[in-house]
Design a protein around this ligand. Structure first.
Ligand SMILES: *Cc1c(COP(=O)(O)O)cnc(C)c1O
Length: 421
């Protein structure tokens, strides 16, 4: 469910014509819908009503400060994977008590930041990280609340590159090692084991692999409790999928919440969730302008002003985005087949191959739907292209919430060594 639709022949975000945003902010441009962000946060919160639950939005999906502030005002916490994301969450007004710190490679500096502001939980992913966290916490005179991220050896996720819960993945501690690590935590200064954490992947459309992983994790919680560990939390990660195509039908949040209620019932655990994509994905589009038609012997290339540096998902995961013309095609507009490509000097700079869609003219805008998650955050300045602007819409209002850097901004951090001056 989202708030992008045709009104008077133009694709709108809520009350605002995307052409108007493209005219003022330039293209390519990311456009986010406040109503959609709020709706998704509320649907999830409502689904979990009655459960003791912290919804820690995964900042890595879309860390724009205005997006974070919108979600903070809905009561969301944050799941962060770096010191920078932690600072973003704090800057947007998310209290430390609702911040969970995940990731396989936390530095000691990042650990210290989390300890100093007093975050809710550290999700620890290895024995070595546990020892380091203990040292940092002891040095600072703090106690780190820890959940060990376990690897349940369950396959899931829409693409091998976003599956994280198989035995060969770098994430989590091997299942068999977990009990000994919890024993170790009993003796480690500055560490308090508070729960168990699991996150098996992203864009998961079916509940079965999640249920399998969660049931396995719950059995571990019970085993650890019997061994004398006072565990009060379970962190079930993120990963719920979204519809990228109109006929996709991933499990709805209500079914997901019901499954979690069944799995965790009667255990008195605080349930922590780390949804990213399901909140931000369908709340954003990327708008681009058609630069050229380039006919080739067997196809027509539609060359647009966005590149893989602006929206990486197709190049990185062979991901599909629905692509809609911003000007609604008039009745009877011919359909045609395009290879839709960007200006970057890489063959992977292709958004869609042999895509059938209504004919579009040079100068027309097209919208990449469902680009709100893992879109702007993954962008780069490759080919010396400035980062794309981001715009937030709220009803009939819109504002640029990240401006495009000027050329001077882009080179500001570089300096000539004195022998070249
Ligand atoms: C990426 C990630 C998430 C969010 O995943 P989504 O599929 O966007 O919901 C949550 N937790 C961890 C540890 C992650 O790495």
């Amino acid at each position: 469910m989202h708030h992008f639709e045709y009104k008077s022949g133009r694709l709108h975000c809520e009350g605002v014509d995307l052409n108007l945003i493209a005219d003022t902010a330039g293209t390519p441009v990311y456009v986010y819908s406040t109503a959609t962000l709020r709706r998704h946060a509320r649907v999830i919160a409502a689904a979990f009503e009655g459960q003791n639950c912290l919804i820690a939005y995964s900042v890595k999906a879309n860390g724009n400060l205005a997006v974070l502030k919108t979600l903070a005002s809905e009561g969301c916490g944050a799941d962060v994977v770096s010191g920078g994301e932690m600072r973003r969450a704090m800057t947007a007004g998310i209290p430390a008590s609702k911040i969970v710190f995940s990731g396989v490679g936390k530095t000691r500096g990042e650990m210290a930041l989390g300890l100093e502001i007093g975050i809710h939980q550290f999700n620890v992913e290895s024995a070595a990280e546990l020892e380091a966290l203990s040292e940092v916490a002891t040095f600072l005179g703090k106690t780190a609340p820890v959940a060990l991220r376990v690897n349940p050896d369950v396959a899931a996720g829409g693409h091998p590159n976003i599956s994280t819960g198989k035995a060969g993945d770098k994430f989590g501690v091997p299942w068999a090692d977990a009990p000994a690590l919890y024993e170790r935590m009993k003796d480690l200064p500055g560490i308090k084991a508070v729960g168990v954490d699991v996150h098996i992947g992203s864009q998961i459309g079916e509940l079965a692999p999640m249920r399998a992983a969660f049931e396995k994790t719950i059995s571990l919680v019970k085993q650890l409790r019997e061994a004398g560990h006072d565990l009060t939390r379970i962190d079930l990660g993120g990963g719920l999928g979204i519809p990228y195509k109109s006929d996709d039908s991933p499990a709805p949040p209500s079914d997901y919440a019901e499954m979690i209620r069944e799995v965790t019932e009667g255990l008195g655990l605080e349930v922590i969730l780390e949804p990213g994509r399901v909140i931000a994905g369908n709340a954003g589009v990327m708008v681009s302008e058609v630069l050229y038609h380039k006919p080739a012997p067997d196809r027509t290339f539609l060359i647009i002003d966005a590149g893989m540096n602006d929206l990486m998902r197709p190049a990185l995961y062979q991901a599909h985005h629905d692509i809609l013309p911003v000007n609604e095609p008039a009745a009877g507009t011919a359909e045609t087949r395009y290879d839709i490509v960007g200006p970057i000097c890489e063959s992977t700079d292709k958004f869609a191959a042999e895509r059938t869609m209504p004919e579009v003219a040079v100068g027309d805008r097209i919208a990449f739907m469902s680009s709100g998650a893992y879109g702007a955050v993954l962008s780069s300045q490759y080919n010396a292209r400035p980062l794309v602007s981001e715009v937030l819409v709220d009803g009939d209002n819109y504002a640029i919430v990240r401006r495009r850097p000027r050329f001077e901004d882009m080179i500001e951090l570089e300096q000539m060594p004195d022998w070249l001056i």
